[in-house]
Write a protein that binds this ligand. Structure first.
Ligand code: PLP
Length: 372
């Protein structure tokens, strides 16, 4: 882009590298590490994050869609890329073209993948997704062994691994987590009984990687934690993560308003005394959730300021505290630090009644990104 917008996301790739190394340090040396870079690396930029993660020791990349995989291949990334869910059957040629490891959840898809691969005299690696209780995707745990047997000698296919996904890994001492783990163990054992090697066994997301060593197996899949964000507060004191994303803007406009005057659509905030209002050039189309209106803060002049009035599509306003001088062009922090003051992604997520995963993704929508 030829011009600079006065709002931006900053990504510190050294933090990503640090987080990958710290997380790898939690798992046995023989356990493979997948860096999950779906959704444009949770808003952090897939290509730079993928390169950094691989450079810091990640063994493979996880993506959600063919397009995400194609972006990484187009950028020249040659490492192993795994699709975390099964795409439509029509994507099979692209999977072979891009040399992806696919996830399999239906026989129809696996058969098509095998046929196409065999026709090219190739073998397609796949991971069988086992549903142990999340009830999102996957072959049900009790059917997994039979499913694997049905594909055992199918030409063009190679079972590289089996995996499951937890619904409650971030909740310590959770009974449903234990129950998922038990169902997974049982499915694994049955697959072995069929005389099939399940290959790389995997279960852990970031939360399980940090909280549940018994779920590490042969591969862990970390997303949120490589960005330096905690899956939940249960992991705050368990691992030293460094948040990679900051969000900053420059004041675009400053004015004085009188007592009783309102600000923004619906005039949902009114000044209880004469007040200074500053405007920032970013809004909900940039990832500032509208639900956070009148509930979030920003840092300006080294102090915390209340955001006021509804968040608009492209702009937000905040009240300048008495005694603080603010001028157009002054730097404002929405996520990150200024002096001793700090606003975390978790704080904003709470104000927007959501989770840091969603706020991070949202900041990836439109803001220009700068790597520092
Ligand atoms: C997104 C995803 C992950 C990563 O989860 P985090 O909580 O971000 O670590 C792991 N596995 C699967 C199957 C996923 O879809």
């Amino acid at each position: 882009m030829g011009y600079e917008r006065y709002a931006r996301v900053e990504i510190d790739l050294d933090c990503v590298a640090h987080n990958v190394r710290v997380l790898k340090g939690l798992v046995p040396r023989r356990t493979a590490f997948m860096a999950v870079v779906k959704a444009d690396a949770y808003g952090h930029g897939a290509v730079p994050v993928a390169r950094t993660a691989l450079g810091a020791g990640a063994d493979r990349l996880g993506v959600a869609t063919i397009e995400e995989a194609a972006e990484l291949r187009d950028a020249g990334i040659t490492g192993t890329i795994q699709l975390l869910s099964e795409p439509p059957v029509s994507a099979v040629p692209a999977i072979l073209d891009l040399d992806l490891v696919s996830t399999v959840t239906t026989r129809e898809f696996a058969v098509e993948l095998g046929k196409r691969a065999a026709a090219l005299d190739r073998e397609a690696r796949y991971h069988l997704k086992i549903d142990t209780g999340m009830n999102r995707i996957g072959v049900r745990a009790e059917d997994a062994a039979e499913f694997a047997r049905g594909l055992k000698d199918f030409p063009g296919l190679r079972l590289e691994g089996v995996f499951t996904h937890f619904a409650t890994a971030e909740t310590p001492g959770d009974w449903d987590f234990e129950s998922q783990l038990q169902r997974f163990e049982a499915a694994r054992a049955q697959i072995r009984t069929e005389g099939i090697d399940p290959g790389m066994v995997g279960a852990a997301n970031s939360a399980a990687t940090i909280l549940h060593p018994e779920s590490h197996y042969d591969m862990v899949r970390c997303g949120i934690a490589i960005y330096g964000l905690h899956p939940w507060r249960s992991t705050y004191d368990k691992v030293d993560l460094r948040p990679a994303m900051s969000v900053k803007a420059q004041v675009s406009f400053v004015k004085r308003i009188g007592m009783g005057e309102g600000v923004s659509y619906g005039l949902t905030w009114r000044a209880s005394a004469p007040s200074t209002i500053a405007t920032l050039p970013l809004g909900y189309a940039d990832g500032v959730h509208r639900l956070a209106s009148n509930r979030m803060s920003v840092l300006c002049g080294g102090v915390r300021c209340d955001q006021v009035g509804r968040v608009c599509m492209d702009q937000i306003m905040f009240e300048v505290p008495r005694g603080v001088q603010v001028r157009p062009g002054d730097e404002v922090v929405l996520i990150g630090s200024m002096g001793d003051a700090r606003i975390t992604m978790d704080e904003l997520a709470e104000a927007a009644e959501t989770i840091n995963y969603e706020t991070a993704c949202a900041f990836g929508m439109r803001l220009p990104r700068r790597y520092v």
